[in-house]
Ligand binder design. Structure first.
Ligand SMILES: [Zn+2]
Ligand SMILES: [Zn+2]
Length: 272
């Protein structure tokens, strides 16, 4: 069994669960342990259902509650050596991270809780930002959030995945016509900020393959996007893929597309 759940996704906080209901991992800790616990209990699980935390980067919406997790639910916190150096200095984590420090191998896979994980770097304006390819007995999940622009390595990892969680942050028209100051607009869209709906759809076009089962769009902007716009851009790619595919729907069913809610927990998705 393999479940995936988002506790919150976006600039207000990010935290995701991947596991079988009894063991698994969290990715990022931008949501308080109390809220995670409540959401897990609502799905009939408890907070002991994870044995490690993965961190994608050192922006507050991803690590705000990492210190609280280390204090109240100490588990190994896995990330790169570069990010661990940043967490050891960061005012939100430096007093708590020491006993939980677990460094990912520079190359190849590392055992993280019950799964094998390898990381790849993505462009974004943090100390370092990484995406993850997580191998489980039931299938492989790739998670990439806060991606300034897509890289060949990220696409190659997603091509091997059964499940992909990918940022679809802003709609270009809404961002450009919206209230943000010019500098901030540029910061978001110029390659080291976030991924637009169109860029996410273009990426999907490159990595979609017959074994792809689920695509979750994450980290939507509150002011510069709507779930409908994000969904439409990527759904159009899936339409084209399905109509052009030489295989039958029974052999390779159409990948399921879901948009993760910003501030509330998603349903618990059963992936396998
Ligand atoms: Zn973020
Ligand atoms: Zn970020």
């Amino acid at each position: 069994m393999l479940y995936f759940k988002s506790f919150s996704s976006g600039s207000c906080g990010n935290c995701y669960y991947l596991g079988n209901g009894e063991d698994g991992i969290l990715v990022d800790a931008g949501v308080s342990p109390r809220r995670v616990k409540q959401a897990m209990q609502a799905d009939g699980m408890n907070l002991n259902a994870f044995s490690a935390i993965l961190v994608t980067h050192d922006h507050l919406d991803h690590i705000r509650s990492l210190g609280a997790f280390c204090k109240r639910f100490p588990r190994p916190v896995f990330t790169t050596s570069t990010l661990h150096k940043a967490l050891a200095r960061h005012s939100f984590t430096r007093d708590y991270i020491d006993g939980c420090r677990a460094v990912l191998a520079e190359e190849g896979e590392t055992q993280v809780g019950p799964y094998s994980v390898r990381w790849f770097e993505v462009p974004h304006d943090a100390t370092q930002t990484v995406g993850y390819q997580i191998r489980t007995p039931e299938g492989t999940l790739v998670l990439m959030t806060d991606v300034g622009c897509m890289t060949d390595e990220a696409i190659a990892c997603a091509r091997e995945a059964d499940y992909v969680v990918m940022e679809s942050n802003f709609d270009v028209e809404m961002l450009m016509g919206g209230p943000y100051p010019y500098q901030l607009k540029m910061r978001i869209c110029q390659g080291h900020g976030h991924l637009s709906n169109d860029a996410a759809a273009e990426a999907l076009e490159r990595y979609v393959h017959p074994g792809l089962r689920y695509v979750f769009l994450c980290h939507l902007s509150q002011h510069n996007n709507t779930p409908q716009r994000a969904r439409e851009a990527s759904e159009a790619v899936l339409d084209a893929f399905v109509s052009g595919a030489s295989c039958s729907e029974e052999e390779f069913p159409r990948p399921i597309l879901r948009v993760l809610p910003r501030q509330v927990p998603s349903p618990l998705f059963r992936l396998d």
